[in-house]
Design a protein around this ligand. Structure first.
Ligand SMILES: [Zn+2]
Length: 228
């Protein structure tokens, strides 16, 4: 009896993914791990897997970007001999928000678009009843190591962004440096943004982490998972 149960279970465990992959079984794209990532749809259990595949698969990443509100230009790869070689990178120029353009990996740009749509803007509407129209940052690409270590920073592969502040539609400005401390709406908003960043990016480090991050959120799409 148990043997039959195991065989059936095994067939389902192997059969369903194969059937989805082969498109014998039609399931909604958001529940299909091999379907392109659609930035407009709320992230779910499969989003991390879909994001993970993007950096190696340019076509898939371009499709994900096309579903976002980002404006950008694709950049050629740098020579492998470069000190900090760049692969599958773009220059992001804008979204529903204005910001100084920045160079970043395709995967990181898609994560940013998801964060904006499903984390940042909902937080702004909830706390202030209006959207963020501008984001301030300290940049993405910097060919350097982490702090005083020998390890390369995610900034060295343009796989990170340092977010410093926001501007709302009515002109109000919110910065990490000035508004992280305290009890008001701005502090509340920044806490919600931190939470949302932790859900979207692999690593999120803010003022609570250390003094080096007192004025920005460092977010990246490296291999580690950390939310501080
Ligand atoms: Zn950083």
């Amino acid at each position: 009896m148990w043997r039959v149960v195991w065989v059936v279970l095994l067939l389902v465990l192997i059969g369903v993914p194969v059937a989805v992959y082969q498109r014998w079984l039609d399931i909604p794209a958001r529940w299909n791990p091999w379907a392109p990532l659609n930035v407009q749809e709320s992230p779910n259990l499969l989003t991390a897997f879909k994001l993970m595949r993007l950096q190696q698969d340019r076509e898939l990443c371009a499709e994900a970007l096309a579903s976002s509100n980002l404006t950008y230009v694709s950049l050629p790869d740098s020579a492998q001999t470069a000190d900090c070689p760049l692969e599958n990178t773009i220059r992001v120029q804008g979204s529903d928000m204005r910001f100084t353009s920045y160079l970043t990996t395709c995967k990181m740009a898609v994560a940013f678009a998801l964060f904006e749509r499903h984390g940042l803007q909902p937080a702004a509407r909830e706390v202030f009843g209006q959207p963020v129209t501008r984001i301030e940052h300290f940049g993405s690409f910097a060919c350097r190591n982490i702090g005083n270590s020998q390890r390369r920073s995610q900034h060295a592969s343009a796989n990170a962004l340092d977010i410093a502040g926001f501007q709302l539609r009515d002109g109000q400005r919110i910065t990490l440096a000035r508004d992280w401390q305290g009890e008001g709406d701005k502090a509340l908003f920044l806490r919600k943004v931190h939470e949302a960043a932790c859900r979207q990016f692999n690593v999120t480090l803010g003022p609570a982490y250390n003094a080096a991050h007192r004025d920005h959120f460092h977010v990246d799409m490296g291999l580690f998972h950390l939310c501080r």
